[in-house]
Design a protein. Structure first.
Length: 219
C-alpha cells in the first residue's frame, strides 16, 4: 500500500485516478479547496483535507507523510498559466519538507501538445488547433520545461502525457507506452480512455519506471 496525496481529485482524470488507486488498495488523501463539497468515495482508505496546489506552503502541509504526490490539476476556464504555477508550487512544497523528512515522489498529469507526431512536428504545431487549446498546450509544455530543470536526485518527479484524444470510456487495463513521441494506432489515431490513463498513472506509482522524465500512453 502506498500513501498518495492527490490534487485535482474532483476532475475528470483525478476522479479516475482516485478510484483506480483505491481499487488497488492504496491509501489516498484527496487535497481539495473545500472538503465539505467533496464526498469521499466508499470502499477504500480515503482522507479528505483542505489544500491549494498553487500555494507551496499549503502543498507542504498537505503532502507531509505521503510517499507519492499526484497532481491532476487543471485550470478549467481560468488562466492556463496556472499549470506552471502548480508545477512550481508542488516542487517548492516538497523541497520545503527539509532533509529530515522523506521526500515524496511527484507525478504530474501533463499535456499532449509537446509530443512529436509520427510526421515530425509537435502536436501543437499542427494546423487548425483552436487558440484556447493551443494556450493550454503551451502551458503544459512550460510546466514540463520547468520540471526538467529539477534534479531527480532532489525531487523524484514524473510527467505523464495523455494521447491526443482522451475521454471517459472503458477500463481495459491495457495501453501502449511512448516517451516524447505521440503513440498512434494502425490508422494513425491517438486515443485513450480516462480510465486506462488512470491505470497507467497508478502503474507508474507502483513501478517508478520513468523518474526524471515525461512519458505517454495510448491504446
Amino acid at each position: 500500500m502506498t500513501k498518495i496525496a492527490l490534487f485535482g481529485a474532483t476532475g475528470t482524470i483525478g476522479t479516475r485516478v482516485l478510484h483506480e488507486a483505491l481499487r488497488r488498495g492504496h491509501e489516498v488523501t484527496a487535497v481539495v479547496r473545500d472538503p465539505a463539497k467533496f464526498p469521499a468515495p466508499t470502499g477504500g482508505a480515503t482522507t479528505v483535507v483542505r489544500g491549494d496546489v498553487l500555494d507551496p506552503a499549503s502543498v507542504a502541509g498537505a503532502v507531509a507523510g505521503h510517499e507519492v504526490v499526484v497532481s491532476a490539476f487543471g485550470p478549467g476556464s481560468g488562466d492556463p498559466a496556472a499549470l506552471v504555477t502548480a508545477a512550481r508550487s508542488l516542487i517548492g512544497g516538497v523541497r520545503s519538507l527539509g532533509p529530515d523528512a522523506p521526500a515524496p515522489r511527484v507525478v504530474v498529469v501533463g499535456g499532449a501538445g509537446s509530443l512529436r507526431t509520427p510526421g515530425g512536428p509537435l502536436v501543437w504545431d499542427e494546423a487548425g488547433v483552436p487558440a484556447p487549446v493551443l494556450a493550454l498546450m503551451h502551458a503544459h509544455g512550460d510546466a514540463l520545461d520547468f520540471l526538467r530543470t529539477v534534479p531527480v536526485e532532489e525531487v523524484r518527479w514524473t510527467c505523464l502525457s495523455p494521447a491526443a484524444q482522451i475521454a471517459p470510456g472503458e477500463r481495459t487495463g491495457t495501453y501502449r507506452l511512448g516517451l516524447d513521441g505521440l503513440v498512434v494506432d494502425e490508422e494513425g489515431r491517438s486515443r485513450i480512455s480516462t480510465e486506462d490513463f488512470a491505470v497507467a498513472l497508478v502503474d507508474e506509482i507502483e513501478r517508478d519506471a520513468h523518474a526524471g522524465r515525461r512519458f505517454t500512453v495510448a491504446h
